[in-house]
Design a protein around this ligand. Structure first.
Ligand code: CAA
Length: 467
């Protein structure tokens, strides 16, 4: 039985911090954000928004857009790493809010959980719900998988340049209009790591930035290798293996969507995967000739992440090699045709943690379609990464009738008019100095009204619908 993504809705807070304002506030070069990281604007949640109401707003949008009734939805999963309760799952809060719109008890039948594994948990949630459908358990109903996060880092930390907020709701069913998942190829890699984590009670993560960058690349590459084995074994993809063959698994994936903690991480990831996939192929000689430099090797034979990062001489040469590789005609062709469109939304919105990969997918659909590309039948690959750490690589094929759904996708309209925050407002929101009633924007859609602080009901949250 087919299973896949039928439609997508996005909810992004309407407040944003501009890269120039951030750069002035922190005394950094704005070019580092705009060109170095690909960050132009970062969406900031207002003081009356939390990840649960972002998720509920995305759900309401996808339901209204598709004329869905609660009885059409059999499961509702929320994937997040911005959880605010150690026990009560975020989908329960979302059900509570949706029932304000659809009536008390309307979602009583709708099972689900909150999933956690940093930014990759949305991909595990999609996979589990796709299998619920494939197993014939859905009985004609769909599943809503919502990925929702507020990416917030300590003031003055290197991560503060890569913040953002938003939610993406995906409707899964057995007759998907957008993308049908390829069966039996989803592949994972996992290792106990401390690259980025958020201990109990701490609102912001502890991050080892450069370590997390390299670990992301290594884990996604491992998952891609596992995907390749499965895709070849199942016959989904056949590689030309004859004498002189110059065929790579990446040639068989038309569009790539990567986890995007910041927009340029997509390019970094593509460069890393290309290096590993092309290195043994005849084309590599031409690439090296054009780059005008051999690929450097670490001086320290241990090859651990720590030893590589501490090897300043290697890191400088490797950085230069990557710069030259990404300037070659062969790389640029792959970058433009497979990846560039997926990065546009991220540069406008910033990091959405679990939702970043799926905002990237949505970005590819919208901006490739706007370029006039015919996506029907094209294979989309997904490279998902979650710190701590696990990666998942999977793929799917765009369906014949996708254009009807994609025609209606207009990211700027879906976000709505945005308000540029002053740095003073940004600092007040970041440091939680504003209560929900002091929100910058008037209440619209689901908002947080308050959090109880009395001893017997501490932490209880109340939401209302602001129209
Ligand atoms: N003009 C133009 N470019 C500049 C520049 C300038 N003045 N100054 C620096 N740059 C470039 C650098 O060359 C670099 O480009 P390359 O990556 O191509 O080399 C880029 O800007 C970033 O510069 P640095 O690497 O020096 O930046 P940094 O170390 O200060 O911070 C970061 C970067 C480590 C990503 C940091 O923002 C961070 O810690 N972010 C949070 C962690 C994170 O996002 N990790 C990603 C993997 S983990 C993950 O994906 C999970 C998740 O969602 C968090």
């Amino acid at each position: 039985m087919a299973a896949g993504i039928d439609d997508i809705a996005v909810y992004v807070p309407r407040l944003y911090l501009d890269a120039d304002d951030f750069a002035r506030l922190r005394g950094v070069d704005a070019t580092k954000l705009r060109r170095g990281l690909g960050v132009h604007q970062m969406a900031i949640a207002d003081s009356n928004q939390d990840p649960a109401c972002l998720a509920a707003n995305a759900c309401l949008r996808i339901m209204r857009k598709n004329g869905l009734e609660p009885s059409d939805v059999g499961r509702l999963y929320v994937a997040t790493e911005s959880s605010f309760d150690e026990s009560k799952a975020m989908n329960a809060y979302v059900v509570g809010m949706l029932e304000q719109a659809y009536g008390s008890g309307a979602f009583e039948h709708c099972g689900g959980v909150e999933t956690k594994f940093a930014c990759v948990s949305g991909s595990y949630a999609l996979y589990d719900n796709a299998n619920w459908i494939r197993a014939g358990e859905a009985e004609g109903q769909g599943a809503l998988v919502v990925v929702s996060d507020i990416a917030k880092y300590d003031m003055g930390s290197s991560g503060e340049m890569t913040q953002g907020a938003g939610a993406v709701a995906m409707l899964l069913n057995d007759r998907p209009r957008l993308l049908a998942f390829d069966p039996r190829v989803a592949a994972t890699s996992i290792r106990d790591e401390y690259d980025f984590y958020r201990p109990f009670g701490k609102e912001t993560p502890i991050v080892h930035g450069q370590y997390s960058n390299l670990l992301y690349l290594i884990q996604v590459r491992k998952a891609l290798e596992a995907y390749k084995k499965k895709a070849l074994a199942s016959g989904l993809i056949r590689l030309d293996a004859g004498p002189g063959a110059d065929d790579s698994i990446l040639d068989h994936i038309d569009h790539l969507n990567m986890h995007l903690p910041y927009s340029n991480m997509g390019r970094k990831a593509l460069a890393y995967l290309v290096r590993h996939e092309w290195r043994g192929l005849p084309r590599w000689k031409k690439v090296i000739e054009e780059a005008g430099m051999d690929e450097p090797e670490p001086n320290d034979p241990r090859g651990t992440i720590e030893s590589v990062l501490a090897d300043g001489d290697f890191m400088r040469k490797d950085h230069e090699f990557q710069r030259r590789l990404t300037a070659t005609s062969r790389f640029r062709e792959v970058y433009e045709s497979k990846l560039a469109s997926s990065l546009i939304a991220s540069s406008m919105v910033g990091n959405l943690y679990t939702a970043s990969l799926y905002l990237g997918f949505r970005s590819t659909l919208e901006f490739e379609h706007a370029k006039g590309a015919d996506l029907a039948g094209r294979r989309f690959g997904f490279g998902s990464y979650g710190s701590g750490s696990s990666a998942m690589v999977f793929s799917g094929v765009i369906q014949e009738e996708y254009a009807e759904t994609v025609n209606r996708m207009k990211l700027e309209e879906e976000i709505g008019p945005r308000t540029r925050l002053s740095v003073e407002q940004y600092v007040q929101i970041h440091e939680n100095r504003l209560s929900p009633e002091q929100a910058v924007l008037p209440p619209k859609e689901f908002v947080l009204v308050g959090v109880d602080s009395s001893p017997e009901s501490r932490g209880e949250r109340r939401y209302s619908y602001g129209g």
